[in-house]
Design a protein around this ligand. Sequence first.
Ligand code: XMP
Length: 327
Amino acid sequence: MPNDRRPENMVRITTPELADAFIEEQLQALRDQIGDKKVLLALSGGVDSSVVAAMLIKAIGDRLVCVHVNHGLLRKGEPEQVIEVFRNQMKANLIYVDATDRFLDKLAGVTDPETKRKIIGGEFIEVFAEEARKLDGIEFLAQGTIWPDILESEAGIKAHHNAGGLPEDMKFELVEPVRILFKDEVRIVGERLGLPANMVYRQPFPGPGLGVRCPGAITRDRLEAVRESDAILREEFAKNGLEGKVWQYFTVVPDFKSTGVKNGKRTFDWPCIIRAINTTDVMEVTVEHLSDELIDHLVQRIITEVPGINRVLFDYTPKPPATVEYE
Ligand code: XMP
């Protein structure tokens, strides 16, 4: 594989010029590796897979087949943005699979966090493999592996998601065009490839998506409350200049109800928890302190706009002891 390891003396990509030079070199390497064959990519809409898609569209056009699996746990507007950016603007060969019902049916009644994660990961591979089997003549699988993934898997910190655990009979040669880059370099390269800033600079989002922010057994109504409150939080952070400044921020809707009152009537609804944190390595995390005005505004919007919520709580706990996500 070309560019297997990051050269020791490689200059950190910090400018548009350096990014452009990397892109030129990489496009040639991709064309040499792939020839006139076809490539398959699981396009989640995250930074790494989006940059890989943009790079391959430039290198081989519609011989890249992108599969976007909507597992029903994505944030509001995300699948729409993937379709808009890649299919409509970049003219990608994009297969969109709305597998929401399939995932939510499998997850129904499942309370254990690890079991939820396993179901989401396993089902994802199954849906992706089913789509891959329908295609002819694919010889390559593209992946958004980045340099820290390689370093961490070598150090035994985490299992590298090589070939994503596809079934044994599905063998592809790997194409990893951002394999030697650090995250900040991937972002600059993505910008130079024409991806929108909110895609390239987005906050980290866990693979199991909103599933881990709907603790316990996921129900469609509580999941919707997470999705709507998360959208309000993101909108308000953007308006208040906090987007891109705060590392990660999200809402959680736990599986218990409390008494409230609305329009003179008793309610029995969920609370919505807001968590906003800063970190450099995610091992230690500090809390972003919000202004009183913003807190009041967020509370007002969420209790009036999100069905099923009658209380808003703020999680001001650092890590340790509290992890970033709730499960
Ligand atoms: P925790 O909760 O462990 O999270 O303090 C640390 C960072 O990792 C993200 N996270 C995940 N990312 N798949 C992912 O891709 C996951 O299953 C997962 N769980 C947590 C979390 O959002 C935070 O940025």
